[in-house]
Design a protein. Structure first.
Length: 301
């Protein structure tokens, strides 16, 4: 009888481990269910991945980007060791409301969303325009923000080449997705990385976010241009950020110039800088394995 009970316990434990592993395997950006929560008069759409305990990592997205514009190679890998949350801010994707046309409003909405989820402390990963929001959140809410990753972004007044580079990207013949040009260098290695990235971001086939249209592009464009062209000669926002910050960018970011990331590194109190070779705005997607390893070490030490 004793051996029989031990056998039952072994089978139950094995089944539990297999079931748990299967559940974790199913938690991917490509398949995670879209959830909704109301805050600040907005019904936010979001997805959560990874373990239920630990400091959540909140992803803040780029100009016109939605949840399905994130690279699963980055999101899924980071979700192996921590809770990860991707979401659509006001008026984007499946989130309702009028699209915010200022970084200040985007920051207010992002804060309300995080508060609604009940988190007392979070880490932030802000990519491109999302990096502007991450800076504001870290400066305004030091009790909430633990650590910050600023990727492919710049500081207030750091300048942008948005209209020029967008024009070049859309002027190309037979270019179905401009991100292969906007995010990646045009060397052979860069083009291969861009092709692989696009295959990954289109892997989700069900319950995809609706694509962003002119209304979102106009509002986001205004927010981005105002932020990057409004001088902050004393770097007041950056001086207010005392949390550890990881700054990551490409060797030649043609949208938000690489020099802006170097300034972030120099002006922030507690920052480290990573520059990836032969890379553009989307260096974190081109070097996704190296980026994930760096972020894992940064967040866990």
């Amino acid at each position: 009888m004793h051996k029989f009970l031990k056998s039952l316990l072994f089978v139950a434990t094995t089944f539990s481990v297999v079931e748990s592993s299967a559940a974790l395997a199913a938690e991917k950006l490509e398949t995670a269910p879209t959830q909704y929560i109301e805050a600040n008069g907005v019904k936010f759409s979001y997805r959560t991945l990874g373990p239920k305990s630990g400091t959540p990592l909140i992803f803040l997205q780029h100009f016109t980007g939605n949840m399905d514009a994130w690279d699963p190679a980055v999101v899924n890998a980071l979700a192996k060791t921590r809770p990860v949350v991707v979401f659509n801010n006001r008026g984007v994707g499946a989130t309702n409301g009028v699209v915010a046309d200022s970084v200040a409003q985007m920051t207010t909405d992002a804060y309300a969303f995080i508060q609604a989820l009940g988190y007392k402390q979070v880490d932030l990963l802000g990519f491109s325009m999302g990096g502007f929001i991450a800076q504001e959140l870290a400066a305004q809410h030091p009790e909430l923000v633990h650590k910050v990753i600023l990727a492919g972004t710049t500081h207030q007044g750091g300048g942008n080449h948005l209209m020029k580079v967008l024009g070049e990207a859309f002027a190309r013949a037979n270019a179905p997705d401009p991100r292969d040009y906007l995010f990646f260098s045009q060397t052979d290695a860069g083009k291969q990385a861009g092709k692989a990235f696009l295959a990954r971001v289109y892997a989700r086939t069900k319950d995809r976010d609706p694509e962003s249209g002119k209304e979102i592009a106009d509002a986001h464009g205004k927010a981005l241009i105002v932020f990057t062209s409004t001088p902050d000669p004393e770097y007041k926002t950056l001086k207010a950020i005392q949390q550890p910050v990881l700054v990551v960018t490409g060797s030649n970011d043609t949208m938000l110039p690489t020099e802006g990331s170097i300034t972030l590194y120099k002006q922030l109190e507690n920052a480290q800088l990573v520059l990836y070779p032969d890379s553009n705005h989307g260096s974190i997607f081109q070097y996704h394995d190296a980026f994930v390893n760096t972020v894992d070490f940064f967040l866990s030490h």
